[in-house]
Design a protein around this ligand. Structure first.
Ligand SMILES: Cc1cc2nc3c(=O)[nH]c(=O)nc-3n(C[C@H](O)[C@H](O)[C@H](O)COP(=O)(O)OP(=O)(O)OC[C@H]3O[C@@H](n4cnc5c(N)ncnc54)[C@H](O)[C@@H]3O)c2cc1C
Ligand SMILES: *[C@@H]1O[C@H](CO)[C@@H](O)[C@H](O)[C@H]1NC(C)=O
Length: 285
């Protein structure tokens, strides 16, 4: 979002003499290190995942239909391809900071090989889990359709960049005359692709709440209206944020019972269309 700080003003004319009476709402949309948040004296709760997200623009070999997003959960972290157009996708690849830096600076062809490996290489599977999943698939009649992500042929020059990944949540989104939206209020791991959606949800809710307050004759910075915004968004954001944090934790372990549970969870999701639909609707905003 490009909007950083927006000032909403009210002008009131009295007795024929123009008296400008300004009431302001300061909206902090200035990202994870929000200065507006600091000025509001709000200290966020944070967890550092000690991971970096390497992003890049990559070229694909097949020039067919490129409309599906791919994500693979590797022991090092998830790797995801998001379609841009028929031949180009956007990459988000989670790694430890040292590995991410190495991948960022390696020669392009070596990088492309490492990336194709990440999508196609067989990793040692957890035996206990494999056995259970095999047994389970004999009970579930659903046919497993094998599909493969597209092969990557090149990485766009100078498109590689690394960003630290973490969890962050402001205990409060509002103060007198000010409100936080987007990453200034909450920061999540990109594994569920929800960051932007949470921010859009904030903006939609804040504009609605402010409009309602003004139409009902309340001053625009009214604390009660701002608190209504905060309540509504906390109710929506917090469960999603903890869900994403839970998935991050779930996929950061190789402990057998956990690996088994998460595979089982995915299998159950796959075989319960209503549940799958809910997740898909969330992802599509
Ligand atoms: C590696 C990675 C991959 C991601 N992938 C996805 C994804 O696939 N899908 C998804 O939905 N989300 C994803 N996200 C999250 C998404 O990028 C953020 O949720 C989103 O950008 C937040 O938008 P925002 O406007 O709140 O903050 P930002 O995008 O951070 O924008 C804040 C803006 O404020 C400016 N600014 C800050 N301070 C000041 C100042 N003092 N004065 C002037 N300007 C200032 C900054 O320059 C910036 O332009 C990903 C994040 C990372 C790190
Ligand atoms: C796809 O997007 C890339 C990167 O933005 C661009 O360079 C390329 O020309 C586009 N290709 C098509 C077929 O639109």
């Amino acid at each position: 979002m490009n909007l950083v700080v927006c000032w909403i003003m009210m002008v009131i004319a009295l007795n024929g003499n123009m008296i400008l009476h300004l009431r302001l709402v300061k909206v902090g949309a200035d990202g994870i290190n929000s200065l507006v948040r600091k000025r509001m004296n709000i200290e966020p709760f944070t967890i550092n995942y000690n991971q970096m997200g390497l992003v890049a623009t990559v070229e694909l070999s097949d020039s067919g239909d490129n409309s599906v997003a791919w994500q693979r959960f590797l022991p090092t972290g998830p790797v995801a391809l998001l379609p841009l157009n028929d031949t180009t996708s956007s990459l988000v690849w989670t790694h430890t900071p040292a590995q991410a830096k190495e991948l960022q600076s390696m020669p392009p062809q070596e990088f492309v090989d490492a990336l194709n490996d990440a999508f196609y290489k067989d990793y040692p599977k957890d035996t206990m889990t494999t056995n259970l999943m095999d047994t389970l698939s004999t009970f579930c009649s659903a046919k497993t359709i094998r599909q493969y992500p597209p092969a990557i042929v090149a990485v766009k020059d100078k498109s590689r960049a690394c960003f630290p990944l973490g969890f962050g949540h402001a205990p409060s989104y509002v103060a007198q005359g000010a409100a936080l939206v987007g990453d200034a209020a909450h920061r999540v791991h990109p594994l569920a692709g929800q960051g932007v959606n949470l921010g859009f949800g904030d903006v939609k809710c804040l504009t609605q709440v402010l409009a309602d307050a003004v139409y009902s004759g309340y001053p625009i910075g009214d604390k009660n209206a701002l608190l209504k915004y905060e309540r509504e968004r906390l109710m929506k954001n917090v469960p999603i944020m903890f869900g994403i944090h839970g998935l991050q934790q779930l996929y950061s372990t190789t402990f057998s019972p956990v690996v088994m549970l998460r595979s089982l969870g995915l299998q159950i999701t796959q075989n319960l269309p209503p549940l799958k639909k809910i997740f898909m609707q969330q992802a599509m905003g």
